[in-house]
Design a protein around this ligand. Structure first.
Ligand code: NCD
Length: 337
């Protein structure tokens, strides 16, 4: 896959070599993300960061990643404060904003909208989540996290057992992650959700065709020898009504007691965040916060490394990052989570 000048719209664009290429660039970004060094390799470049749907970490981590490479960020948040609310087409918005920016990251509530936008853009566009469809950068950072976490126990993605729970119908992160897993070997997937919120059949079929073992169930029972448990939030914003979403809230919870009962002592706990910590949901309890297997904050930190790698690769400067680096002169003590 050629990255320079490319849009990143779907994980379908990637093969295993492309994933590996991005992961090794991400490894090289650690000194910059951890403030041991700074680089100005994207000095003068502008990121248009367009978020037409709620976001905290994805939006800020795209912006932070670009800033850490020395570039500047212009952003707009929310549909109501943009000209889309005046009836402007995605094509027109893209034509205009792409002449103000060198690259664009975009999130939008409608599936397929980021691809439509990219058709009008004159600069590379990175999908930050399009409705319930895809979230490719999240899937890459999830997979990168899985690789790193399993490596601590001598494990690997090939041959692993991952358990995904919750809203697998509307959760775009589990869609994109599952598609990426199709490129690996002998993965076992236990997919636990209410039947109405099951993983789309097309994704289950792709996993089965890739030779993986897929178990769909609506019960968490017995002890699962999962290497990874990937918990998700009920995507209430994608339901027809709040009442409908509420039926499912709190259905699958993970707390210390449930973890000990159903998982191995070293099962890695992941969640794309935000976790819904309201009492009626609480899908990932705070009583796991001190558990060393809780990888959620390391996962979020990895998002900056992956997005830096994608920016460097799509703007064709991945081999120049250290040539433009200098020391950090301010106080900084960024302990790794
Ligand atoms: C996810 C998303 O927006 O799809 N969050 C994220 O980007 N880290 C998951 C979610 O909102 O539940």
């Amino acid at each position: 896959m050629k990255f320079t000048g490319a849009n990143i719209l779907s994980v379908d664009q990637f093969d295993r070599d492309a994933i590996e290429h991005i992961f090794r660039i991400a490894d090289q970004m650690e000194p910059y993300a951890h403030r041991r060094k700074r680089t100005r390799v994207l000095d003068g470049a502008i990121l248009g960061n367009l978020f037409f749907e709620p976001s905290t970490r994805t939006r800020i981590s795209f912006g932070t990643a670009f800033n850490l490479l020395g570039g500047e960020v212009r952003e707009t948040t929310g549909m109501e404060s943009s000209a889309l609310a005046k009836g402007e087409s995605l094509y027109d918005t893209a034509r205009v904003l792409s002449s103000y920016s060198d690259i664009i990251a975009m999130r939008h509530p409608k599936a397929g909208s980021v691809t439509e936008f990219a058709e009008g853009s004159r600069v590379p566009v990175i999908n930050g989540g399009d409705g319930a469809n895809e979230h490719p950068t999240q899937a890459l950072l999830d997979l990168y996290t899985i690789e790193k976490e399993l490596a601590h126990h001598g494990g690997s993605i090939d041959g692993m057992h991952i358990c995904m729970l919750g809203d697998l119908k509307y959760g775009r992160t589990v869609h994109s992650l599952s598609k990426l897993l199709c490129m690996f070997k002998n993965v076992r997937l236990t997919l636990i959700s209410p039947p109405e919120l099951a993983m789309p059949q097309s994704i289950c079929d792709a996993l089965t065709n890739a030779g993986h073992q897929v178990i769909n169930t609506s019960e968490l029972s017995g002890s699962l020898d999962a290497d990874i448990v990937y918990q998700t939030r009920i995507q209430q914003e994608r339901f027809n009504s709040l009442e409908e979403a509420e039926q499912y809230r709190g259905r699958f919870r993970l707390n210390s007691e449930i973890y000990t009962r159903h998982y191995k002592p070293n099962t890695v706990i992941m969640h794309p965040l935000p976790r819904d910590s309201r009492a009626e949901a609480n899908e990932l309890d705070n009583d796991l916060n001190q558990n060393p297997n809780l990888a959620i904050f390391r996962q979020a930190d990895n998002g900056v490394l992956i997005r830096m790698a994608l920016f460097a690769a799509t703007l064709g400067v991945e081999h120049l990052v250290s040539r433009y680096d200098t020391d950090v002169i301010w106080y900084s003590d960024k302990a790794i989570n």
